[in-house]
Design a protein around this ligand. Structure first.
Ligand SMILES: C[S@@+](CC[C@H](N)C(=O)[O-])C[C@H]1O[C@@H](n2cnc3c(N)ncnc32)[C@H](O)[C@@H]1O
Length: 207
């Protein structure tokens, strides 16, 4: 039997589950929006949501008047769902189907957001690639908002193993180019009532 690729794995999830059947579902991405408000960006800021899936974050950002938005995901099926939900408004977003570890761009962003995608990178090579991407593709003083399962959270997500981080690990991992401006831990309550303990941090590029 041939091994299922990562994109097939994720496409299958998005094609077979309804929106609120997945653990990470949330209509109101409150923590992300709080950090984005705290980042005090101009409405022209270039923002990318990495592993955005069918997150409602992009809907909220459009509503708030941000208009330089990209959403990247390994799953074309996930992005199709999000585009369908947005309807006409989807044309204001740059949609990128890519494994983040193969992402090639000449663009630089002012804000990089990632809720529960980075933690799927469990080997050092992929983690290093990710770090190089944020270093290279964020402008000076840009911000990085990242949410992962915490050290006391689940060690698997969607059937896959994840790397867990506490706030200190996140800061150490992204240092010295980034430092934490603020961070928090909390339980995300899944649609089925389960608890997932997250570490969520807003980091600023130091150079
Ligand atoms: C747990 S979901 C979170 C989705 C979204 N960030 C949210 O908060 O609703 C993880 C997402 O990361 C995507 N993903 C997983 N591995 C990825 C990779 N290597 N590159 C890009 N996206 C990836 C999945 O397709 C999925 O949409």
């Amino acid at each position: 039997m041939t091994k299922q690729s990562d994109s097939e794995y994720w496409n299958n999830i998005y094609e077979t589950k309804v929106e609120n059947e997945v653990g990470w579902y949330q209509e109101q991405p409150s923590q992300s929006l709080n950090f984005i408000e705290a980042a005090q960006l101009s409405k022209d800021a270039k923002i990318i949501d990495v592993g955005g899936g069918h997150s409602f974050l992009v809907d909220h950002l459009l509503e708030l008047g941000y208009h330089n938005l990209s959403v990247l995901d390994i799953s074309e099926a996930a992005l199709s769902k999000t585009k369908k939900r947005l309807g006409e408004r989807a044309k204001y977003v740059n949609w990128i189907v890519s494994d983040i570890t193969n992402f090639k761009t000449s663009e630089k962003f002012d804000l990089w957001h990632d809720r529960a995608a980075f933690h799927f990178l469990i080997n050092a090579k992929d983690q290093k690639t990710y770090k190089n991407l944020v270093k290279t593709h964020l402008n000076s003083n840009a911000q990085l908002i990242i949410g992962t399962f915490s050290k006391s959270g689940p060690n698997r997500c969607s059937g896959l193993p994840v790397s867990q981080y506490d706030l200190e690990n996140l800061e150490t991992f992204f240092a010295p180019e980034f430092r934490i401006e603020s961070g928090t831990n909390f339980n995300h309550i899944t649609p089925s009532g389960g608890k997932q303990h997250y570490s969520f941090a807003r980091l600023v590029k130091v150079d």
